[in-house]
Design a protein around this ligand. Sequence first.
Ligand SMILES: C[S@@+](CC[C@H](N)C(=O)[O-])C[C@H]1O[C@@H](n2cnc3c(N)ncnc32)[C@H](O)[C@@H]1O
Length: 264
Amino acid sequence: MPRPRTYPTNAARQQAYRQRRRARHLQQYPCEQLGELVTLYCGDAHIIAPLLTGINALITDPPYGTQFDFTKHRRSRQPLQEGKPLEPRWTTNVTGDDRPFDPQPWLRYRQVILWGADCYYAPPPNSGSWLVWDKKVDGTSDDFSDGEMAWTNLPQPLRIHRQKWRGIIRAGEANVSHRGKLHPAEKPPELMRWCVRKTTGTVLDPYMGSGTTGVACVRLGRPFVGIEIERKYFDIACARIEEAFKQGTLFPPGVQPAKQEALW
Ligand SMILES: C[S@@+](CC[C@H](N)C(=O)[O-])C[C@H]1O[C@@H](n2cnc3c(N)ncnc32)[C@H](O)[C@@H]1O
């Protein structure tokens, strides 16, 4: 008697085989599944991301070769510390920040937002648009940069998010008087929420750091996949996203947040 066919076509059989192979490969990496919406992997994004399916949007803030030394002693301007150097807050620098970043592998996604793209060695395509984060707002220019830029393939004009972020002076939820810094290159949760709301479907952040994009997705009830190579930041991201789940989403399932484009 012929064996009953499990798959209607050869193509379906091959697809199922490829899916099983990808799943087996992914099992090698530490993975946290948080609720139904969030999957976090600890490992190299260049190996893990090609194994993933069902990603609709890429939103990320990759290391791009600033070579900034976060481990050096900082100079204090405060009279109380009499201008003495302060202890460095970080013992290691950002992994991957010692070399130029190639955006090419990440441009294949349907919706892309890449922070720092104005500084990449190989620039993103001429098509597309820019998002600007004004970090100075109404203050005067100082040693810090006045803003940061993200390249996007979303069909929209240049948009600006204004949120003060000058060293330890941080407007919004990440204000250091509420909690300490989680990552040397942490982004404001409000900025990443602004980005997530510009996209639809499942979001991938392959350089998730302390998980700010994931927190934004949880708040908006959006599926999220995050990848981080450093175990300590992976653990911080897991704890942070779990905490965001406990606090609940801003919008219950089925309720779409209103668009805020006019405000920004
Ligand atoms: C600029 S930080 C992202 C910070 C994040 N936006 C946040 O708010 O915390 C980039 C992160 O990418 C991670 N990283 C570098 N190379 C990686 C790779 N090949 N795969 C996965 N993560 C990587 C670094 O360890 C770092 O935490």
